[in-house]
Design a protein around this ligand. Sequence first.
Ligand code: KG4
Ligand code: ZN
Length: 335
Amino acid sequence: MSVIVGIETSCDETGIAVVQDGVRVLANVVSSQIDTHRVFGGVVPEIASRMHTEIISHLMEQALTEAGLYPLNGGAPVDAVAATFGPGLMGSLLVGLSFGRALACAWNIPFLPIHHIEGHLFSAFLGEKAPSFPYLALVVSGGHTQIIQCDAPHRYQILATTRDDAVGECFDKVARLLGLPYPGGPSIQKAAETGDDRAFDFPRGLAGKDTLDFSYSGLKTAVLYMLRDKPGASVPDVAASFQRAAVDALMQKTALAIKQSGVHRLVIAGGVAANKRLRESAAQLDAALFLPPFVYCLDNGAMIAAAAHSRLRHGCSLPPDAPAAASLPLVALSS
Ligand code: KG4
Ligand code: ZN
């Protein structure tokens, strides 16, 4: 049995979780800074790192208490500590990484640096069933839009990536154009509920092109021009039509990746995996679906602990002193 503390501070959520054997979440606490950043329309890096610093030790105490491991009884309460070391906001990453390393050092237990996207992949292992290898993963977040083929534990091939904006970033930018609050994904999903998704025909990036890659900047620009030409357009209609185009583009390329690779198991992970329309549309794909429970779609510490458990188990932990990295290709860590 192994119990791991996972720490996630790459952006604007401070997440700490205690996970047993990579699947059983004993505690999962997340403190979101969204209300603070909302007035600026996006994340302010300096504020983000300060807020992580202020709350992190309190959250650790809370997570250990919920897991029944606090107050401490003298020894280490867990077997290892893991924290995200990239990609993300440098100041924010450094808070979680230094805090995690210091704890592991004080408790004299292993410390594991974890890649944020690998964490998202492992959120799917916190669901009811886990995929066997090989599987495809559609990773959709504020910073990433990728299709990854996972051939074996921690062995990754990137089949597709975005050539410009990430899909979550596009949701956030379009929400801003529509005057909807940050973060854009949940706001657009909510506004779209009462809209007509066929009111406007927005482009699907790189549709019909002989590539698996994505492109989201054209979709954002199309919404911008449409609003300039029709300033009175109904916000729910624009939100619904935009959401349909954004999700269709993901589905078209994912369907092609399934066909080309012959791999019929699909994980969808990252913040945008919380999107209802995406989850419903993905059910039509020719693949067995592995979706993380809603609570593990957004950034959290449980996914980091789950990834760390697997790296420990397969003997491929990364060097504990790996430096924080704002940008960090996942394939560089592929075993
Ligand atoms: O994975 P995540 O929490 O942070 C990053 O690693 O980026 O993802 C955040 C992104 C934001 O762009 C947010 O707008 C988007 O996920 N998001 C959604 C939904 N919930 C969050 N996008 C579409 N629909 C949602 N329900
Ligand atoms: Zn994320």
